[in-house]
Write a protein that binds this ligand. Sequence first.
Ligand code: DGL
Length: 254
Amino acid sequence: MNKRAIGMFDSGCGGLTVLKEYMKLMPNEDFIYFGDTAHLPYGDKSPEKIIEYCEEIVKFLITKDVKMIIIACGTASATAYEYLKEKYDIEIRNIITPTAQILEDKSIGVIATKATIKSNAWEKAIHSFNPNANITSIACPLFVPIIEECLIENEGTPYFIKEYISKLNIESTKISSIVLGCTHYPLLKDQIQEEVGFQVQLIDIGEISAKDTLKYLNANNLQNNSDHVGTIELFASDDFESFKENAKKMGFKI
Ligand code: DGL
């Protein structure tokens, strides 16, 4: 047993989709979540900058004495994970590997931020487990601002979803699963599903990460006491009020 909290971070509210999945599966755990709203979006930044921002967050979470750190951000997982894992002793987990290791489809779509797509992190990770997979990846740079600006329900949003999804050429590529490779994207899941049709499976990387971490906690006897009622503590590097508003809209009681 280990009563310390689990640290988690993202550039903004996207990682809260991951936190939700963790809270469902691990109701006894305490979580400390950091949204780097001062530097959002990460998706159009260079890997060097993203590493610099993430390193500050990791140092902050370490001062909070967390037992492990979950990178609840596809972009940071794709660009900063290797560096952070090498440099810090604490267990740091990325959000890409758990999904990559279970994808068995022949033809897979990946949608994510520009920085993630440019890194080829998803191709490398999927091919290391499923070498023959055909992968079509596209960047959807407008999705994060749409979400952070609370425009999910805006009448213009389906137009941009259609634009990006059309680039996957689902008919000809015969894609059977699409990885929502950015943790903000589950917030657009219903609209994306409507656009791609129900024969295509949308993969929620937060849900898969939560299952994987639960296994890890159990295997290493790191779970909190089963009588404990888990808590969450939220931090943001800027405009905590807007961040809190987004969190409330996502169903967090704060
Ligand atoms: N939620 C992020 C991700 O998973 C953030 C993207 C961004 O800040 O551009 O990639």
